[in-house]
Design a protein around this ligand. Structure first.
Ligand code: AMP
Length: 313
């Protein structure tokens, strides 16, 4: 069992540390990744610490990536945060370093790394990184606190989802002691461009809800073009169907340029990640992602959600 001390010992042993996270990053992926970079830099200023991956434009207000050369990986420690399975790691060079550490809170479907620290009881990877810093008495900067707080409120829906524990709240309260504008951050994360408001109207208008409370909506490429949206921007509406009292599980099928569908699955209580796993995906019990390759497969996924509700009635 890997401990926080093992991770700290590895960090101490390397001069160059490169931190990765998952593709299509969310605030927890970026917050834990760049928050960890800030912590290492503040405590070990002589080390070179870099973050890599696609710079997601909708989250550029939160953090930016570094330029990382292939040569930087020579003799480097690589840490991958918030990423359950290897194909989802952003930047495939993660395996070209000297030593690899996985730090995650998703179910451990794909065991990788020379060291692996996985805590599925943690609300977020940012909660784990904060805990790591606090338990090792490492200095936290205000910027690190801001990033990690963003990750925690991102993954817990501002302490709404059941993954929120008393430990989450204790850790969040410790982060709030640092000097950053948490209200402005929460406001930023809770507001969206006007075109998203129009998309929300579309989603509520076109949502198909059955008697059991299984809901679905398809966002075709045509719809995305009409609303001038990228796939990443649709993340702002993923939780919306759950606001409807009768909705218990929901699937949002986002058509990709190649014609396949990215499926975003959410649930209030029924466990849905097994459905995701059957369709080239995975994730948390109540928040998963999958891939569908036809309209028939979309129907099949919706049917599986309906069956799940019937079984859990
Ligand atoms: P999303 O709907 O993309 O926000 O994803 C919700 C959750 O499901 C996140 O925790 C993701 O890590 C996970 N997830 C999304 N897509 C996949 C996938 N293709 N494979 C495994 N896990 C996924």
């Amino acid at each position: 069992m890997t401990t926080f001390k093992d991770i700290l010992d590895s960090i101490k042993a390397y001069d160059t540390i490169i931190i990765h996270r998952h593709m299509k990053p969310d605030p927890d992926a970026l917050g834990s990744q760049v928050g960890l970079k800030e912590i290492i830099q503040a405590n070990f200023p002589q080390k070179t610490v870099k973050v890599t991956g696609y710079d997601e434009p909708t989250l550029d207000w939160l953090a930016q990536m570094d330029v990382v050369a292939d040569d930087d990986y020579k003799g480097a420690l690589v840490i991958v945060v918030d990423t359950a399975n290897r194909p989802r790691i952003d930047d495939s060079r993660y395996s070209t370093g000297d030593f690899l550490i996985k730090i995650d809170h998703h179910p451990d479907e794909d065991f990788y790394g020379d060291l692996s620290y996985v805590d599925t009881t943690a609300s977020s990877a940012s909660e784990i990184i904060t805990d790591f810093a606090l338990q090792n008495q490492l200095e936290l900067t205000s910027q690190a606190a801001r990033l990690l707080y963003a990750g925690i409120i991102g993954d817990t829906g501002r302490f709404l989802y059941p993954a929120t524990t008393s430990k989450t709240l204790i850790i969040a309260s410790k982060l709030l002691k640092y000097d950053f504008d948490f209200a402005a951050l929460a406001r930023q994360m809770d507001s969206f461009p006007y075109k998203i408001a129009k998309l929300l109207a579309y989603v509520f208008e076109h949502l198909d809800i059955d008697d059991q409370g299984a809901a679905r909506v398809v966002l075709s490429q045509e719809v995305l073009k009409t609303f001038e949206l990228t796939d990443a921007e649709t993340s702002a509406i993923v939780s919306a169907p759950g606001k409807i009292e009768t909705v218990r599980v929901w699937a949002i099928f986002v058509e990709q340029p190649d014609g396949h569908y990215r499926v975003r699955l959410r649930s209030k209580t029924a466990v849905i990640n097994e459905v995701a796993k059957r369709h080239a995906g995975g994730g948390h019990p109540l928040a998963s992602g999958a891939n569908s390759y036809s309209l028939a497969e979309n129907d099949q996924i919706y049917q599986e959600l309906q069956d799940l509700l019937k079984a859990s009635k």
